[in-house]
Design a protein around this ligand. Structure first.
Ligand code: MN
Length: 339
């Protein structure tokens, strides 16, 4: 196709030309292990990604003393996820309450605590375990987030784990944002990302409001984790997420009648729309069915061999790794950012 007009009218392709979307993303309840129920915001039936953010689970607050959740350790309480693999992504573990013990195949051993960023870059392959800390806090409340790696980085960046205990904070009148990734109001996280991206944990004091500056090239999701928040013309409560399409330079946020608690709190996730098509299956992200078949075979071989070149053994984990489920009968197709 070619434009054959000799004197074409100028067409506005910038922000003004786009009806900027503002929509609810319905959470979907998913049971992990025997009894841990999480709310899955991404992938969603209407949106698969927000920027490179491709997976968002929100869980809790849960009372860990009240239930048993374990794949293979009857009697254990809290989170118990044995070693399992990842490819083609970064995991971002973010807690509001509680503690989780992380171990991985590059030899990391870390305690994930509220307000501290734990980011794991899989590159072509990594494995990790996540377990509630014995005798740790009784309440667990957090988010498990994945960031898709772009094709040029996904097999070439080395597997790595990093912990940031002292993240920068952007301060507003009546609100503050801990910056996990990217930049908020000129305040930049030291953590690495491979696409234009932002993540922040924003607290708004009771009855307060602000115009939060945004990057017009980014799309955003606002996941409310405490209180009730007005986001533009919409209102969202605990566990609900609102999607904001690209083209905004700010968004009006206001704590909504949550005076009786401690204001509102939300995760802001955003980034430049991710244009590559992905195949996401189990804990793997690839570009083709064959990528997933190979990753699964390499993981199963790693279990049999006690570690291999792609997925080393997770040192210090006392139990067995998690086997991959069987592949689906049909071919996995690459999918784009929205449905
Ligand atoms: Mn994982």
């Amino acid at each position: 196709m070619s434009n054959i007009e000799t004197d074409p009218a100028e067409s506005a392709c910038g922000a003004e030309a786009v009806e900027t979307a503002l929509e609810f993303l319905e959470p979907r309840k998913v049971v992990l292990g025997r009894s841990t129920e999480v709310r899955r915001l991404l992938p969603n039936k209407t949106r698969r990604m927000i920027g490179a953010w491709c997976f968002v689970d929100h869980y809790g607050p849960d009372d860990l003393t009240a239930r048993v959740d374990s794949y293979d350790a009857p009697g254990a309480t809290g989170m118990l996820v044995p070693p399992h693999p990842h490819t083609g992504l970064q995991t971002v573990s973010w807690l509001f309450e509680g503690e989780i013990e992380h171990r991985d195949s590059v030899g990391s051993h870390a305690i994930v605590r509220p307000g501290e960023l734990n980011i794991m870059t899989s590159g072509n392959g990594i494995a990790h375990s996540e377990v509630s800390v014995p005798d740790g806090p009784a309440t667990l409340h957090g988010a498990q987030l994945w960031v898709a790696l772009p094709d040029e980085a996904r097999t070439t960046v080395p597997p790595a784990f990093a912990q940031y205990v002292d993240l920068p904070v952007a301060r507003f009148d009546g609100a503050r944002a801990t910056v996990l990734l990217g930049t908020v109001a000129g305040v930049t996280s030291p953590a690495p990302s491979y696409t234009p991206l932002v993540g922040a944990d924003l607290t708004i004091d009771p009855g307060q409001a602000l115009a939060l500056p945004l990057t017009p090239e980014y799309e955003y999701g606002v996941l409310v984790v405490a209180g009730r928040l007005r986001i533009g013309e919409l209102t969202a409560a605990h566990g609900e997420m609102v999607y904001l399409g690209a083209g905004r330079s700010s968004v009006a946020l206001a704590d909504d009648l949550s005076m009786e608690i401690e204001g509102s709190r939300c995760l802001l996730l955003g980034g430049a729309p991710f244009e590559e098509r992905l195949v996401m299956w189990w804990n793997f992200i690839g570009r083709s069915h064959a990528d997933i078949v190979a990753a699964r075979a390499d993981w199963q071989a790693s279990i049999d061999a006690g570690g291999n070149d792609r997925f080393a053994k997770v040192p210090g984990y006392p139990g067995d790794p998690l086997p991959a489920p069987g592949l689906p009968a049909t071919e996995l197709k690459p999918r784009g950012r929205s449905r």
